[in-house]
Design a protein around this ligand. Structure first.
Ligand code: FES
Ligand code: FES
Length: 215
């Protein structure tokens, strides 16, 4: 299994109707939060420092805020998607120290000092070999799941440059795609397998990409 899931329940709203879920509407504002959350959450805020796509950042947030919330609502990195909020779909997959990780269930306090890579940092120019293969094969359909698929696939190739079908299925089977692009995802991974250089596999360089599924 490729995804790292935080232990224990997270007391954060995970439904799009939640005031903590911006869904592309811009950073969540204090005004949008119920008063009962203001005082409680603000009292608990603490600085957390880590690196995102090669840049050092410090955020002052409640320690149990999910990494996904910080990426989307505070750092405005909207390429990483919210799907289920309960670690079941993989849409929110990012790399934490090179490992595919579900950001919706990763407490921000647990990434102190870590290196986080999002889809925006997968390559400097949007031409990671997997991104090129995705274009050549027309892998995405609606595109919503594809940032998570690419982050899971790139983490797989970093630890296993020549995965078998079984390896791919094992690593990717918790990244869901409602459009059913699974066979093209597997073909894309095979196309790139064994052809990546060390530079290709080294992510977190702060670049931008223009793949479908990013905003
Ligand atoms: S949104 Fe994180 S696994 Fe679905
Ligand atoms: S491409 Fe539509 S959900 Fe995967």
């Amino acid at each position: 299994m490729s995804a790292v899931v935080s232990d224990g329940p997270l007391d954060w709203p995970s439904h799009p109707a939640s005031p903590y879920f911006s869904a592309g509407r811009g950073p969540a504002s204090e005004r949008a939060l119920p008063k009962r959350f203001h005082s409680k959450r603000n009292r608990l805020a603490m600085p957390v420092s880590f690196r995102v796509n090669g840049a050092s950042v410090t955020v002052d947030v409640p320690p149990d805020m999910p990494l996904l919330w910080v990426l989307r609502d505070i750092l405005d990195l909207k390429g990483t998607k919210f799907g289920c909020g309960i670690s079941q779909c993989g849409a929110c997959t990012v790399h934490v120290n090179g490992r595919a990780t579900r950001s919706c269930r990763t407490r921000i306090s647990t990434v102190e000092g870590d290196e986080v890579t999002t889809i925006e940092g997968l390559s400097s120019d949007g031409h990671h070999p997997l991104q090129d293969a995705w274009r050549e094969l027309d892998v995405p359909q609606c595109g919503y799941c594809q940032a998570g698929q690419l982050m899971a696939a790139s983490a797989l190739l970093e630890r296993n440059p020549r995965p078998s079908d079984e390896d791919i299925d094992s690593a990717m089977n918790r990244n869901l795609c409602r459009c059913g692009t699974y066979t093209r995802i597997r073909e894309g991974i095979h196309r790139v397998a064994g052809s990546m250089t060390q530079d290709d596999t080294r992510s977190g360089n702060g670049g931008a990409s223009n793949l479908p599924g990013q905003e």
